[in-house]
Design a protein around this ligand. Structure first.
Ligand SMILES: [Zn+2]
Length: 325
């Protein structure tokens, strides 16, 4: 196989430019401004270095035909796997999705009539200085709520997301944060006929569990499904996987935090932002995504593949092939 067969315009010149690498470059580009913001604070300068040196060299496999033609798979990298690293967060989200796609079919085999519902729990926005306490309180509240008798299942997965609000240059709205919990609950079929928990009940229960002196915003919805049971299962797994594999915080939000990014780092440091219930763990592990999981698995179709090595070029903000076979 030759480099010229790559459907991306790669040539045999040194450092050929290739659109095949654009998905990698796109996510890696966010690292530079984040590295810059973290480097301003002596306490996060080591973290800045790790994110700045993340995945500076990668190896990819590019299928030369078949349905995934031209879609490069990451086969090796030197990822930093830091929480605030946009490149690694992208790879982690893919790893979570893979865990769901692998684990949920087994769950549905054992519990074929269980149905996915999505629950979103919020609290009022907080400042960056209040973020850690708010997150700790929310996680404790979630734990308390899942043990109450009204809680409809022992199979759940929760993911904490933190979005940034305000704080733009020249904005009158100060920088604050909107932490919220997204949970996927797998409820037994009978839930919808008896034991159904209405949105107002969820709101009351969350208000009590989180000990809030106001009525919080809570959303509950059923996963979309088709009528046939097989199709419904697959579709539910898919929507649950997509829901569960979203980013904890978008890279653009992290960048927009500017000098507050270091404080944000300490607010989320070491927190378990994704968690499976004990009963769901045999199907869906919630251990932190390891470095090995950040790369793709080899494709099984065994079709022709080109293997390439690429380096990150900071000046042009792009991965460029250095080697293609
Ligand atoms: Zn990284």
């Amino acid at each position: 196989m030759h480099g010229t067969a790559i459907p991306c315009g790669a040539s045999s010149n040194a450092r050929p430019h290739s659109g095949v690498l654009e998905p990698f470059s796109k996510h890696r580009r966010y690292n530079s401004p984040i590295c810059h913001n973290l480097a301003m604070d002596s306490e996060t300068v080591d973290l800045a270095k790790a994110i700045g040196n993340c995945a500076t060299s990668i190896a990819v496999d590019v299928p030369l035909d078949g349905p995934n033609e031209g879609q490069a798979l990451l086969r090796a990298a030197n990822p930093c796997n830091r929480r605030l690293c946009p490149f690694c967060e992208w790879r982690r989200s893919r790893a979570w999705r893979r865990r769901f796609f692998e684990g949920l079919p087994k769950f549905h085999e054992d519990f074929p009539t269980h149905h996915a519902i999505f629950l979103t729990l919020t609290v009022r926005n907080c400042s960056v200085d209040e973020l850690r306490t708010t997150l700790d309180d929310m996680h404790r509240a979630w734990h308390r709520m899942t043990r109450l008798s009204f809680f409809p299942t022992k199979f759940w997965f929760r993911r904490t997301e933190i979005t940034k609000q305000g704080g733009e240059t020249n904005s009158l709205v100060p920088l604050n944060f909107h932490p919220h919990i997204h949970a996927v609950l797998f409820v037994p079929a009978g839930y919808f006929s008896h034991g159904y928990v209405k949105q107002t009940e969820w709101r009351n229960q969350w208000q009590m569990a989180a000990r809030l002196d106001y009525a919080p915003v809570v959303d509950i919805r059923r996963a979309k499904s088709r009528s046939s049971s097989g199709g419904a299962t697959i579709e539910q797994s898919r929507s649950a996987a997509l829901e569960a594999s979203k980013y904890a915080t978008k890279a653009t939000d992290l960048i927009a935090m500017g000098s507050a990014l270091g404080t944000y780092h300490y607010a989320v440091k070491g927190l378990r932002l994704s968690s499976s219930s004990r009963s769901l763990k045999p199907y869906l592990s919630d251990t932190p995504i390891s470095e090995q999981e950040l790369v793709d698995k080899p494709t099984e179709d065994g079709g022709p593949t080109a293997r390439g090595k690429a380096l990150w070029f900071e000046d042009v903000q792009e991965y460029l092939f250095t080697d293609l076979t």
